[in-house]
Design a protein around this ligand. Sequence first.
Ligand code: MD6
Ligand code: FE
Length: 204
Amino acid sequence: MATDLVLLPGRAAPTAPLIAAIETLAAAAPFRRLQTPGGGTMSVAMTNCGSWGWHSDTRGYRYLARDPLTGCAWPAMPAAFARLAGEAAAEAGFPGFVPDACLVNRYEIGAQMGAHRDFDELDLRQPIVSVSIGLPAQFLWHGEQRRTRPRVVELRDGDVLVWGGRARAGYHAVRRLTAPDLLTHGTTPQGLELRYNLTFRRAK
Ligand code: MD6
Ligand code: FE
């Protein structure tokens, strides 16, 4: 794995309490499929919690203090989320990480995320902590150039990926989510037929 891209396998397990918290916050700030600046619709549904929420529409990418769907502030970040993110960052070598934004991604079967860089935060010395929940996914690390053939990182339920330093500005993507292989998985975690990803950032 690239330097400064640190996988903490199972660090967020068990994920049932995280799923319950996601369902609670999604009741206040519903999942929605955002428009891309180019006019397309993302296949991943998103919502946020914390002081800032990541948003995309035809005007571009940015952080907003209020949910444009409801006009309300984003739901507060659960204390357990902030603690998990801070502890995982410290274990990966980034002490003092205090997230003010948590983007919640929901992938149904068939959803994917194209290659991108996370570049909308003010201080790129701050890491990102990413928590995977539910179905496994293949995370694709391209690195400095979008066209570089990616390294594949399998992200499973409860895995935490911490990302910072020289890796912070790298291109990455998530391969199209496929139906679980019942031979290798038996049943899906908690019967979840989808994947959630929490990405904790310091936006401002
Ligand atoms: C995902 N994650 O895992 C999408 N970005 O569903 C990301 O785009 C991401 O996991 C920056 C840092 C970590 C990530
Ligand atoms: Fe990203």
